[in-house]
Write a protein that binds this ligand. Structure first.
Ligand code: FBP
Length: 270
């Protein structure tokens, strides 16, 4: 029975052709308020722009979801982020704590939950146990699970290295993620290896803000050429001078397969 709920909810997050442009807004937890330009320090501004720019879904924690509810509820699907970690935590403990639940996601009307696993961390056993339990809960409630599978730990020489990223993505797919989100590996050729290995649909994270809109859109284009179903992107949208233009440009690439030059017609400033 719960499979039906999962299909329905996933269908709200994945648009045409099973593709998606998710706006990530968990940076206040992960990196702190310094990620946000003054213009968008108030999260309501970003949520409003996600709606106006037609993002497929918005991912954030419960506090923000509650405070911004008038901006998103009934307008755009919510993916509730239910793990977190700050940039102030000691490097030797790369662990995401469980800070929310599938039940809370249901109560908030969310269409998905998102959880991060640091693959390779000294705390990996704990995160894997919690992830396994979360997959079970999501199956029970028919709740799609977006797994942020990020290589991080003493054996990880390069967090964006294809060997590490594809291992992390594979783990997410094997353990039952509905969609795997992971780091972009720098080229379509290498990211294709990630997509092929994952055994679940893959979306790429955007990473730190790039210098130009063209660079950001070229990344999106190469992610799509690699066979991903889209992006779950934050800073390169809302930290830009034209978030709605960027969202429209990204949608042209993801949903219509347009070129970077065509997509750039949407962007007034970056
Ligand atoms: P960006 O597109 O801004 O990189 O957002 C994607 C994301 O996964 C966020 O959801 C998260 O806060 C951040 O990147 C984590 O980045 P990192 O693992 O580098 O700290």
């Amino acid at each position: 029975m719960s499979e039906i709920g999962k299909v329905i909810r996933l269908g709200r997050i994945l648009g045409r052709g099973g593709r998606t442009v998710i706006l990530a807004l968990d940076h206040g937890v992960e990196h702190g308020p310094s990620d946000f330009p003054e213009r968008v320090l108030d999260a309501k501004v970003i949520v409003r722009e996600a709606v106006r720019g037609g993002a497929s879904a918005i991912m954030m924690h419960k506090g923000l979801a509650i405070r911004t509810r008038e901006e998103w509820a009934g307008k755009i699907p919510l993916i509730l982020k239910i793990t977190g970690r700050t940039a102030l935590a000691p490097d030797e403990s790369a662990v995401q704590s469980v800070v929310g639940s599938v039940e809370e996601a249901v109560a908030l009307g969310a269409d998905g939950v998102a959880a991060t696993v640091y693959v390779g961390s000294a705390d990996e056993p704990l995160m894997l146990r919690e992830f396994g339990a979360l997959v079970g809960k999501c199956m029970e409630f028919g709740m799609p699970l977006l797994a942020l599978m990020y290589p991080r730990g003493p054996k990880i020489r390069d967090r964006h290295g294809v060997e590490y990223v594809r291992y992390a993505a594979r783990l997410g797919g094997e353990l039952g993620a509905d969609v795997v989100k992971t780091y972009y590996t720098g080229s379509a050729e290498t990211f294709r290896e990630v997509v092929k290995a994952a055994q679940a649909p893959v979306v790429a994270a955007g990473g730190p803000k790039l210098n130009t809109a063209r660079e950001a859109l070229e990344m999106v284009k190469s992610v799509m050429e690699a066979g991903a179903i889209g992006v779950a992107i934050g800073r390169n949208v809302w930290a830009s001078a034209d978030p709605i233009g960027m969202l429209n440009a990204i949608k042209r690439i993801v949903f219509q397969g347009q070129s970077v030059d065509e997509a750039l017609e949407e962007v007034k400033a970056f």
